[in-house]
Structures are given as C-alpha cells and as structure tokens.
Write a protein that binds this ligand. Structure first.
Ligand code: SF4
Length: 294
C-alpha cells in the first residue's frame, strides 16, 4: 500500500492558516493511500479556486484546468483511458457557476468518475465575492445589499440529474471525510461529494463553529440512502438561512443517495476496451470516400 507521504510533494500549501482546504487535502491523500492507488493510475483534475493549486502539493497525474472546465477534461481522461481512477476537485463557483452545465450533464451520463467540491460558499481566491452557494441575503463585496438568489441545492441537483452516489462531508471531520472519499472513488458511476470547507478569511458567516453546531451524520440516524425520493426530499432541508439557529437548522453529512447497477456512460461504448494509446492502429482505405468528395 502506498504511504500517505507517497502522495506528497516537497511544496508547502499556500492556503490561509485555518482554511478548510487542509482537512480536505489530508482526507483525500489518506483515502488514496488506503485505497492503494498507484501513482500511475491516479489522475486528479483541479478547477480554479484556492484549492486549485493542489497539483503543486499532491503527487499524482495532475491537471490544472480552466475555470468551470475540470469535468470536460476529466471526461476525456476517463474515456481515453478507462484504466485510470479519475478524481475532480472543484470549487463551488467552479462547479455550480460557470461549470453548472458540465456538472448536470456529467450526472446524467453517469460517468465513472468522482466529483469533489470545495464548498466554502464564497469566491475565496478573488477576495470574497458571493458564489452560487452563498446564502440568500448574505452581504459580500459583490452583493453589498445582499444576495437576491437562493443558493444552488448542490446535492439535490446531483440526485435530480442522475448521479448515482451523492454525499456531503465536512472538512473538519477528516476521518469521516476520508471514508466518504473512499466510498465515492470505489462507487461505479458518477459520484458527487460536496464538502463544506470553511473559508476563514472571507466567509465570516459559515465558520468552522457554525458548521460544527449544525452538522449531524446520517449513518447515525439510521438513514436509508437507497430511497431516491426520500433523498431528494432530504436535500430540500439542507439549505441554511442567515437567521437559522442550530436547533432549527440541522445539516446532514454522509451518504445521502446511492444507487448500484445503473449502466455507466462507458458501458454504452463497448469499443472502449482499454487505453486508446494501447489500441493498434488499423489502416483504413479512404480513397473511395475522397473520390466521392472530388
Ligand atoms: Fe482558504 Fe479562504 Fe484563504 Fe482561500 S481565501 S486559502 S478558501 S481561507
């Protein structure tokens, strides 16, 4: 089994002290180690955000994509080399703003890849503007009189669009998060793991303490993650409100929905028998087609 240190590089993360990225990074590398993922089989695609420089700190086949475009890159990687374990890390603006279309279509394709979001409910990298998951009426540099829209229901959207594994984690609980990452990666199909990851510099509302006061674990409440309708209904309660007290506002973490047996996108492409680069080039005679064009 590769050691945790096998997924580290000599570079030191540049995140703010106290950032939830540290817990997420630890959980991800621990999961890679415990799953025994060899370096050459692990491909991680990062989007844009404070987490996005993760390729500097994680030893793997890494790709730093454009804002919102991590999922298309990951799709290409997965389909051109089905032997890879493909993990995507995105921010909430990345996945649910500019990349929302890619996210929805990836869910309905049931691609066999893992989508993990650093959900800190703010654009941290660009100094605190409201993101698609910022709470309604919250004030930010870009919304000085408050956000008018409701936040995107990230996990509800994933279930509605066809993701077959949908979970939520919290970056402070590294052990629990590690287990969720492992379940997401080993799930066959599109796995969505939305992780609350406090931004201590720009989000003064959804702090570490704020989450700790409200979060509970689904597996400790006897939750059945196979009931899609119930899972969808549960996600409607995961919205928080500015005035919501810890007693009124309970936020579930853990596996919200899991479906096994649904064909993946690649199942419909039997020609994908392995990495494309290993397939023999078969010369084709195209002279007839060229002649018809002339
Ligand atoms: Fe983390 Fe926020 Fe600092 Fe970015 S700005 S590194 S998200 S605490």
């Amino acid at each position: 089994m590769p050691a945790l240190s096998d997924f580290e590089t000599p570079n030191t993360p540049t995140w703010c002290p106290g950032c939830g990225n540290f817990g997420m990074s630890r959980a991800l590398r621990t999961a890679y180690s415990e799953l025994g993922l060899p370096f050459e089989k692990l491909a991680v695609v990062w989007g844009i955000g404070c987490h996005g420089n993760g390729a500097d700190f994680t030893r793997c086949q890494g790709f730093h994509a454009l804002h919102g475009r991590a999922l298309p890159i990951a799709t290409g990687l997965h389909l051109s080399n089905p032997d890879l374990t493909v993990v995507v890390e995105m921010g909430d603006g990345d996945a649910f703003g500019i990349g929302l279309g890619h996210f929805a279509h990836s869910c309905r394709r049931n691609l066999d890849i893992t989508s993990i979001t650093h959900d800190n409910q703010v654009y941290g990298l660009t100094t605190g503007q409201a993101s698609p998951t910022t709470e309604q009426y919250a004030h930010s540099p870009s919304t000085p009189t408050g956000v008018l829209e409701q936040p995107v229901n990230t996990v509800g959207l994933a279930i509605a669009e066809g993701a077959t594994f949908v979970a939520r984690g919290f970056s402070d609980d590294v052990e629990h998060l590690t287990g969720l990452v492992k379940e997401a990666i080993t799930h066959r199909g599109f796995a969505v793991l939305d992780v609350f990851q406090p931004c201590v510099t720009w989000n003064k509302l959804n702090t570490h303490a704020w989450f700790r006061d409200r979060i509970y674990k689904l597996e400790e409440s006897g939750w059945d993650p196979t009931d899609r309708a119930a899972a969808m209904a549960l996600t409607m309660t995961t919205f928080s409100e500015l005035t919501c007290s810890p007693e009124e506002c309970r936020i579930p973490t853990g596996v919200i929905y899991r479906e096994t047996g649904r064909p993946t996108y690649a199942d419909g492409l039997p020609q994908l028998t392995g990495p494309l680069w290993k397939q023999a080039l078969t010369p084709r005679d195209i002279s007839k087609a060229l002649a018809e064009q002339s």
